[in-house]
Design a protein around this ligand. Structure first.
Ligand code: UDX
Length: 462
């Protein structure tokens, strides 16, 4: 089939490149001239495992352009995959989306080619209906069918999640469902040769299609992200309680996660969620609820727990070091999670600001995001290319992102280079079985014996 994808971010590129790999003829459109130029030269603007392999293999089926007229020509399916960033009140900024819609409709009004206009951008419930209104106003509803097809891609795993999704959600009428089923048929039946770097999961024989109305599809995307965010905030509250009652959240999570009704994923306690999706989408869902007059109390708590959770490790640092003025603090990791160079809504940013406002000397390291971070952080931050330079003479180290290279750090090494070997693990990621007695270690919800002794009296007396 002939496919156009508007927007070359994570979602647009993963969709476009994967569909080209499956044999469709794909044109990716973006208004950013430099992005399109670098894609034409074979350079990907994002860091994503396995995407380059697919890109190279799919090259003959891929085109890149800044022109809607060239890109949309005779497309059977047009995907909208542009950013829908948050406004300051939490609502979604739909400027880019509707500008892409208007350009597309202007083209289709003239050429009247039958096509399915599919929104993949995460957008408020009712957005597809607004697109339908514009299609009807242009009198092209007999050729243009509007659909919502949300994606559930996780950064660092976008190739896996695109080729081997757990479900494909299509919101739209029978025609939209028929056309998208045909487009996705190699994925639905898993009848393609899987790329070397992203092999097919062994159990996967096929992928279910869930066809629904557009509003349910739109809400499902928010509900999925809000539910996962809720699991994280829930386990973080349990972790905070563990610190007070002398329990270990990793053990509590292991126990509850074995219950298949709960599930073990997204129960990793720490400094909370970041990234371009959970913070934005939870706020957008809260805004949608408020607008309609519904007080979504649980969601508000999820957001507020996450807002405060990142500062827990600064409290721990203060408990150990006292005032932070003049202390050298090593910050390990800047990205919102490992496997990506994305620092959007990363907990590292407010944590660093808080350290600086307390007068600390902040030395940061990250294996991939130092250059990006320079633009978002004050010039008083020290950016270290070598991990050892961040750690030397430090009064404390904070683990913010669980990059594999940090998990290898040796306690003897920390103890030899740091002024005070205090390691605060914001992700409960370190294997500390051999660390005892060598350095001071604190995780989130992994209580130390001191707390157990103090609080057992309180618990007994009640
Ligand atoms: C998420 C959803 O997983 C994906 O389905 C959706 O399409 C987009 O949003 P992503 O933002 O790439 O994907 O990251 P994810 O792996 O879900 O992690 C989000 C954040 O939650 C990270 O900051 C991560 O560190 C944090 N997290 C995750 C936890 O703190 N604990 C956990 O148990 C899991």
């Amino acid at each position: 089939m002939k496919v156009a994808v508007v927007g070359t971010g994570y979602v647009g590129l993963a969709t476009g490149i994967s569909l080209a790999y499956l044999g469709h003829k794909v044109t990716c459109i973006d208004i950013a001239v430099d992005k399109i130029e670098s894609l034409r030269q074979g350079k990907l603007p994002i860091f994503e495992p396995g995407l380059e392999e697919l890109f190279l293999k799919a090259k003959q089926n891929l085109h890149f352009t800044t022109s809607f007229t060239q890109g949309l020509e005779q497309s059977n399916v047009i995907f909208l995959a542009v950013g829908t960033p948050a406004n300051s009140d939490g609502s979604s900024n739909l400027t880019y989306l509707f500008s892409a819609v208007d350009e597309t409709i202007a083209y289709l009004s003239y050429h009247k080619w039958p096509t399915v206009l599919v929104n993949k951008s995460t957008a408020p419930v009712g957005t597809s209906d607004l697109i339908v209104e514009r299609v009807e106003a242009a009198c092209i509803q007999h050729v243009v069918t509007v659909a919502s097809n949300p994606e559930f891609l996780s950064q660092g795993k976008v190739v896996n999640d695109t080729l081997y999704p757990e479900r494909i959600v299509i919101g739209g009428d029978d025609r939209a469902i028929r056309v998208l089923q045909e487009l996705y048929s190699p994925i639905i039946s898993q009848s393609f040769a899987s790329p070397e770097q992203t092999p097919r999961p062994k159990h996967l024989k096929g992928v279910p299609i869930i066809s629904v109305d557009t509003r349910s599809a739109e809400l499902a995307k928010y509900a999925a992200n809000a539910f996962l965010a809720m699991k994280i905030s829930f386990i973080n509250e349990i972790a905070n309680l563990c610190d007070l009652v002398g329990a270990d959240v990793t053990k509590v999570a292991a126990v509850i996660g074995k219950d298949s009704r709960i599930g073990s994923s997204f129960l990793q306690a720490g400094i909370g969620y970041g990234g371009s999706c959970f913070p934005k989408d939870t706020l957008a869902l809260q805004f949608i609820s408020n607008t309609i007059g519904y007080d979504f109390k649980l969601l508000s708590s999820v957001i507020s727990v996450n807002n405060s959770q990142k500062f827990i490790i600064i409290e721990k640092l203060r408990e150990e070091l006292g005032p932070l003025y003049g202390k050298k603090i090593a910050v390990l990791g800047l990205t919102f999670k490992p496997g990506t160079d994305d620092i959007r809504e990363a907990p590292s940013i407010p944590i660093i600001h808080s350290l600086l406002s307390g007068g600390a000397e902040v030395y940061v390291h990250d294996p991939v995001a130092l250059d990006k971070a320079r633009a978002s952080l004050p010039s008083t931050v020290h950016f270290m290319n070598q991990l050892s330079d961040a750690l030397i003479d430090a009064d404390g180290a904070l683990l913010i992102t669980e990059w594999p290279e940090y998990l290898e750090i040796d306690a003897e090494y920390l103890s030899s280079v740091m002024r005070r070997p205090l390691f605060i693990d914001g992700r409960n990621a370190m294997d500390t079985s051999s660390w005892r007695g060598i350095i001071e270690y604190r995780g989130v919800g992994i209580s130390n014996n001191e707390n157990k002794r103090i609080n057992s009296n309180v618990l007994q007396s009640k």
